[in-house]
Design a protein around this ligand. Structure first.
Ligand code: PEP
Ligand code: MN
Length: 338
C-alpha cells in the first residue's frame, strides 16, 4: 500500500503513521520526496485495510500496490534506479556494456580479453570463477584462484568486476573480490542464496531462470530488495521454448515489459540468449533498440580454445564491430552510449 501524505503533513505525522504500520506487524517504508512524503506498508492486505489510514487527517490518498512484487514495482518507486558497480552506473540514460569471457581460465587469457574489451569501450569485465555446468565433467572454474585473477585484472585495467556466486558458502570470498555479484539462471529461485546475497552489501546482477516467468524473476528480485539491497540489475538471458535451433530463445518482449513495471535496470545477455556467436551482434542491436540498459556479453581472446561457451563468445574484432554498430542504435532511441 502506498500512502501519500498531504503537503502540510509534518515529520511527526509521518512518524506517527509509520509507528501505526509497524505496530500492526507490517513493514513500514519512508520515501520522502521533494514535494510530498510518501509512505509504504507491506504485508497482509487485510491488516492494511483495517488500519483505515485514508481517514487520517494528514493522509491525501491510499493506493494498493497491485503487483505481487512491491519494492521492485514502479508503483512504489516511479523513477529509474541507478545501480553503481564500482565506478560505473547502470540505469538512467546511458547504455552500458559488460564484457568478458565465460570463465576465468588463466591470467593471460583474462588480461588479453580485458585489454581488448576495454579498448573497444566496455565499462566492466565479466568472468566466472565458479561455473554452473550441466555436466559434472565440465570445467567448473578455478574458484578462489580465479577470483584473485579477476581482482588483479580489474584493478590493473580499472574495470569493475562482475562474477557469479553459486553458493552461500562462497559468498564472503566472492563479495570480497567482486564489484557485483551475479546470481545465475540456475539459481534465480535459490531463495536462501537470494536472501544471503541481499545482505552482502554488493550490487547484484540477477539473471532470469531459463524456465522462469517474468513475474518470477521480479519476485526473485523482490527477495533482494526485501533483504535491504536495492542495487539490483536484472538480466534477460533467454528462456527454454520448443525451439531448438538456438540454445535459448532471447525474450526481448521482457525488456519493455519489465521497464514499464519496475524501476530496476535491465541488461540483455545475447550470448546465452542465442548460443551462437553470429547472432550476438544482431540481437545486441535489437536489445538496445527495445530499451535495455546495457549488455552482458561473452568475449574471449580466442574462442576456439575457450574452456566454456566458446561457440557463443565473440572474437575481439567482432566485439569492436559490435561496439561501433551499437552507438547509432543507442542514440536513435534517445540514450547515451558508454
Ligand atoms: C554466465 O553468465 O556465464 C552464465 C552461466 O549464465 P546463465 O546463468 O545465464 O546461464
Ligand atoms: Mn557462459
Amino acid at each position: 500500500m502506498i500512502i501519500v501524505l498531504k503537503p502540510e503533513a509534518s515529520p511527526s505525522d509521518a512518524k506517527e503513521i509509520l509507528a501505526r504500520i509497524s505496530d500492526a506487524g507490517l513493514k513500514p517504508l519512508h520515501m520522502p520526496g521533494s514535494e510530498r512524503v510518501v509512505l509504504g506498508a507491506l504485508g497482509d492486505e487485510r491488516v492494511l485495510a483495517e488500519l483505515q489510514l485514508e481517514s487520517h487527517p494528514m493522509v491525501e490518498s491510499v493506493k494498493p500496490i497491485l503487483a505481487p512484487y512491491k519494492l521492485v514495482s514502479r508503483e512504489m518507486h516511479p523513477h529509474d534506479t541507478i545501480v553503481r558497480i564500482g565506478g560505473m552506473a547502470i540505469g538512467g540514460s546511458a547504455f552500458k556494456v559488460i564484457a568478458g569471457p565465460c570463465a576465468v581460465e588463466t591470467h593471460d587469457q583474462l588480461r588479453n580479453t580485458g585489454l581488448a574489451v576495454k579498448a573497444a569501450g566496455a565499462s566492466a569485465i565479466r568472468a566466472g570463477a565458479y561455473k554452473p555446468r550441466t555436466s559434472p565433467y565440465g570445467f567448473p572454474g578455478h574458484g578462489p584462484a580465479g577470483l584473485k585473477i579477476l581482482r588483479e585484472i580489474g584493478d590493473e585495467l580499472g574495470l569493475p568486476v562482475v562474477t557469479e556466486v553459486m553458493d552461500t558458502a562462497d559468498l564472503d570470498l566472492v563479495a570480497e573480490h567482486a564489484d557485483a555479484l551475479q546470481v545465475g539462471a540456475r539459481n534465480m529461485q535459490n531463495f536462501s542464496l537470494l536472501r544471503a546475497v541481499g545482505k552482502a552489501g554488493k550490487p547484484v546482477v540477477l539473471k532470469r531462470g531459463m524456465a522462469a516467468k517474468i513475474e518470477e524473476l521480479l519476485l526473485a528480485a523482490e527477495y533482494l530488495l526485501a533483504a535491504g539491497n536495492d542495487q539490483v540489475v536484472l538480466c534477460e538471458r533467454g528462456i527454454r521454448t520448443f525451439e531448438t535451433a538456438t540454445r535459448n530463445t532471447l525474450d526481448l518482449n521482457a525488456i519493455p515489459y519489465i521497464k514499464q513495471r519496475t524501476h530496476l535496470p535491465v541488461l540483455v545477455d545475447p550470448s546465452h540468449g542465442t548460443g551462437i556467436r553470429d547472432l550476438v551482434i544482431p540481437m545486441s542491436l535489437a536489445a538496445a533498440a527495445c530499451g535495455a540498459d546495457g549488455l552482458l556479453v561473452e568475449v574471449h581472446e580466442n574462442p576456439a580454445v575457450a574452456l566454456s561457451d566458446g561457440a557463443q563468445s565473440l572474437y575481439p574484432d567482432q566485439f569492436n564491430t559490435l561496439m561501433e554498430a551499437l552507438g547509432p542504435v543507442v542514440r536513435a532511441v534517445g540514450r547515451e552510449f558508454g
